[in-house]
Design a protein. Sequence first.
Length: 220
Amino acid sequence: RRIAEADSVAVIGLGRFGSALALELMAGGTEVLGIDVDETLVQLMNGRLTQVVRADSTKEEALRQLAVDEFDRVVVAIGDDISASILTCSVLLSMKIPVIWAKVVDDRHGLILEQLGVHHVIYPEKDMGRRVAHLVRGAALDYIEVEPGYALVKSAAPAILIGKRLGDTGLRTEHDVTVAAFKRAGEQWRNADADTVLHAGDTILVVGPTASAESFAQLR
Ligand code: ADP
């Protein structure tokens, strides 16, 4: 069965990264074609993805037989074997796949894929390391830098916000941040607005320039 439809993705390489990504796509209702050269991994993922096939993705003919050239989105999740990653990306680019995502192991690998013209190059170890640094350093319970210089930080509500309307706290003018949402123990997340009054023990989502959002999250 061919699954190359609008909302389908081909994932090449079903190691730790590729399999986690493929299963998450499936959980969200996306059809996934999984490809790996390793028969054991193909067996392991069989039945958990829409289709799982053993093939060598550096071979254009093999990818054409699997109709990979009909997919709009392909993820190359081959890391350790850099030459297999580069060759696979090169084949996919010559097939004119509209959107290619590829994970890389280091900057050198990333540079080559960027030079080739791979649309989205992802650095999982580097990105996760940077993200965890922010968690280790400060009071942030979670941290996402949306783009360099702008972040979303989950933290405990600091004393200066407790018991008054957010609109009266000078958040935006004095701290250059916005409280986008809050959560009270045992309740769901709710959007915050100017009339929101936080309680001690609430958790908040702070949005703003990275330095501002982070120093705000450090407040007690
Ligand atoms: P991870 O760190 O996510 O486990 P790896 O680089 O160890 O990543 O795994 C990448 C996967 O890609 C492995 O399962 C490997 O068998 C697969 N792979 C490597 N080369 C090819 C290839 N030429 N064709 C298809 N799959 C490949």
